[in-house]
Design a protein around this ligand. Structure first.
Ligand SMILES: *Cc1c(COP(=O)(O)O)cnc(C)c1O
Length: 226
């Protein structure tokens, strides 16, 4: 039987099982299918299976792949449930396009970017959902605000810049036990009254769900290796 199930169906089943094992409602964990660098055919197959929430890590690549569906959506041919999330680092010179194109920007991580996003939201008259990325492993090469600076950055994003911050995102260091990073992210979110937690990828989404992930970002396990 299992041999006939697609990778997407198997991942959805594992998400639901992990949620139930943690005493959580499976409907409270959203699958973000990370389509970056995947061939069009693989993305089409997953779309045909009904997946509607996708993550991309580059603005330009996302626009090339999704522009047609975005405009079809504007004209009512594609459902309102189609959701596109930017999960990669955002350069300030792409902020305008990102605000106009994405439903959510999950990688807000510095004052300069927050200022420009706030300006673009004003001009655009419409706001995506924002998540703040936290560099839980304090890795110098990785994007994200440091854990020690997270509370004040969250406060200024909401207060000073008026961004609609829904939650937090993290990418634990490769090769490290992710559990303590997930726990830290959940703790920072809780003390700031934030409900969305984007954490967990192909290799560790079940652990992330145990620690309260409300979104898991799964690429290769859904589409195949990049
Ligand atoms: C690529 C990527 C993912 C997906 O990684 P997989 O290991 O393929 O599941 C998740 N989150 C971010 C931020 C990524 O860049």
């Amino acid at each position: 039987m299992d041999a006939q199930k697609s990778p997407l169906v198997l991942i959805r089943e594992r998400i639901a099982a992990a949620a139930r094992a943690a005493g959580r409602d499976p409907a409270c964990v959203k699958l973000v299918a990370v389509s970056k660098q995947q061939p069009a055919g693989a993305v089409e197959a997953v779309w045909a299976e009904g997946q509607r929430v996708f993550g991309e890590n580059r603005v330009q690549e996302a626009m090339a792949r999704w522009s047609d569906r975005r405009s079809a959506q504007n004209f009512g041919q594609t459902g309102a449930d189609f959701e596109l999330r930017l999960i990669g680092p955002l350069q300030t010179n792409k902020a305008r396009e990102a605000v106009a194109f994405f439903d959510a920007i999950d990688s807000v991580d510095r004052e300069k970017l927050a200022v420009i996003l706030a300006e673009e939201v004003q001009k655009h008259g419409h706001s995506p959902e924002f998540l703040i990325q936290v560099n839980t492993g304090e890795e110098p090469q990785k994007a994200g605000v440091l854990p020690a600076d997270a509370d004040s950055f969250i406060r200024s994003c909401r207060g000073t810049y008026g961004l609609t911050v829904a939650g937090l995102m993290c990418i634990p260091p490769a090769g490290e036990e992710p559990a303590m990073h997930f726990a830290l992210l959940a703790k920072i979110a809780a003390r700031n009254g934030l409900t969305e937690l984007s954490m967990g990828m192909s290799g560790d989404f079940e652990a992330a769900i145990r620690f309260g992930a409300t979104m898991v970002r799964v690429g290769s396990a859904v589409f195949g290796e990049r």
